[in-house]
Design a protein around this ligand. Structure first.
Ligand SMILES: [Zn+2]
Length: 284
């Protein structure tokens, strides 16, 4: 006779998660909050890709941009993210699954360096990036048309999985629409040894966008941006499990896996060295 207590629970795999910092730029606080900031001062921005490494499968989350794009957009390039992946023992041509959180230039460049991967994207993001709003520079500015067309070509090659809503890619890794910054942005929820970590990507650029409910200055729908902060909170085991898309604090809160990767890679599936600022959010 079987009952629930006699059925062994199937353990959800625990993944290792890494942030790879590949570029940076100077910036000011007023550039990063709709409505500006009364205490304007310096607020630099980092650029990341992420890796989710499991017992059976590895997922690359976003692909960054190239040195040439850094020059064009006046960003400070640190190291090609594909080179950083190799430093972690992951070769671009061995990657089978790439998650693209959204199609902005800083998240989808380098896609050609993953010749054997399929790309996971929300269908709504491709519709947005090829749709009516792209005639307006405000919305089009953060896209590179050649990269958007490149993704269309990959789709014709059968290499794009266009998802509609939440999807489980493997046990312990799921994608969740968090629109607002773009129409089809998605966040990634990952099971780790410290619980459920959420790679927010640009759902929140900095911890502070989320903790103060102030949207970032590039966006499609401000209300949805703020709603998406709540989605992140509902998905993560705690506020300390949310990883913003561009916050230099990530490099301070988390440790490199090896000393030689200092300043380039940090490990996110181990506890932060101090509580993330998200813990101290001011509730309404
Ligand atoms: Zn971004």
């Amino acid at each position: 006779m079987r009952n629930a207590s006699a059925t062994p629970a199937i353990a959800v795999p625990e993944y290792e998660v890494y942030a790879l910092r590949y570029a940076t730029r100077g910036g000011r606080r007023a550039e990063h909050f709709v409505g500006g900031d009364p205490h304007d001062g310096e607020m630099p921005m980092d650029y990341f890709v992420w890796v989710v490494k499991g017992p059976r499968s590895t997922f690359v989350v976003d692909t960054g941009f190239t040195a040439a794009m850094a020059a064009k957009r006046r960003r400070t390039f640190l190291q090609c993210p594909v080179q950083s992946l190799a430093a972690l023992g992951i070769q671009g041509d061995s990657v089978t699954d790439v998650i693209i959180t959204h199609l902005h230039y800083d998240h989808v460049g380098n896609f050609d360096k993953f010749p054997n991967a399929r790309f996971h994207l929300q269908e709504r993001e491709l519709a947005y990036a090829t749709g009516r709003y792209m005639k307006y520079p405000f919305f089009a500015h953060s896209f590179e048309v050649d990269e958007v067309v490149g993704m269309v070509r990959l789709n014709y090659d059968g290499r794009v999985e266009l998802h509609n809503g939440e999807v489980e890619l493997a046990p312990g890794i799921t994608l969740h629409p968090t629109p607002g910054h773009t129409a089809g942005l998605q966040a990634v929820r990952v099971h780790t040894r410290r619980g459920w970590v959420v790679l927010a990507s640009d759902t929140t650029h900095f911890f502070e966008n989320m903790t103060t409910d102030r949207p970032f200055t590039v966006g499609f729908h401000l209300g949805h941006m703020v709603d998406a902060f709540r989605i992140l909170e509902s998905l993560a085991s705690s506020p300390d499990h949310i990883i913003p898309g561009h916050d230099p604090l990530v490099m301070q809160l988390y440790r490199p896996p090896e000393a030689r990767l200092e300043g380039i890679v940090v490990r996110l599936d181990v506890e932060p060295t101090s509580p993330a600022p998200a813990s101290a959010r001011v509730r309404r």
